[in-house]
Design a protein around this ligand. Structure first.
Ligand code: 5GP
Length: 151
């Protein structure tokens, strides 16, 4: 497996060298909108520590990113009145990975609405800004600590 490349696009976003519509950030993880959303609100969650993909990420960072993906999913359910969530994570070119900093796709879904094919639709800055605002607002109501969603 190739070594981590610190000049990948997401490393540049983490360093603030490229812009992104950020929806959540803490000391260990960042969540921002995908510029080519497969559905409105399509979000990427990444660890701050360098990791190429699932094959080299620290287990603690992997668990942490999963926890943030869960919080994003719960916010998206409210923000987009979603019926479900699709989570995707690709590893190496053969596995469909294009950007080589581990990222988890978290995508709101609606009953009967197919995902757009990958890389077919580039959202406007206005659309991304509006989606990001909705998710940030909904995150305010998602508890920091996990609680069962269904009882
Ligand atoms: P993957 O590596 O999981 O196949 O896909 C990479 C994802 O990153 C794609 O969904 C693509 O739309 C997204 N992407 C590529 N370049 C950028 C970028 O510069 N900014 C953002 N926010 N997303 C990007």
């Amino acid at each position: 497996m190739t070594a981590y490349d610190p000049n990948n696009i997401f490393a540049k976003i983490l360093r603030g060298e490229l812009p992104a519509h950020r929806v959540y950030e803490d000391e260990r993880a960042l969540a921002f909108l995908d510029i080519m959303p497969r559905a409105p609100g399509h979000t990427l969650v990444i660890p701050k520590n360098p990791a190429r993909n699932l094959l080299d990420i620290d287990q603690g960072d992997l668990g942490y990113v999963a926890g943030i993906a869960q919080r994003i999913a719960r916010a998206q359910m409210a923000a987009f009145a979603a019926d479900g969530i699709t989570v995707q994570q690709f590893n190496e070119s053969a596995g469909g990975q294009v950007v080589f900093h581990l990222h988890v796709h978290v995508i709101p879904r609606h009953e009967g609405v197919a995902l757009r094919p990958p890389a077919t639709y580039k959202a406007s800055q206005d659309e991304l800004a509006a989606s990001a605002e909705k998710i940030r607002a909904a995150l305010e109501h998602v508890p920091q600590k996990w609680e069962p969603l269904l009882r």
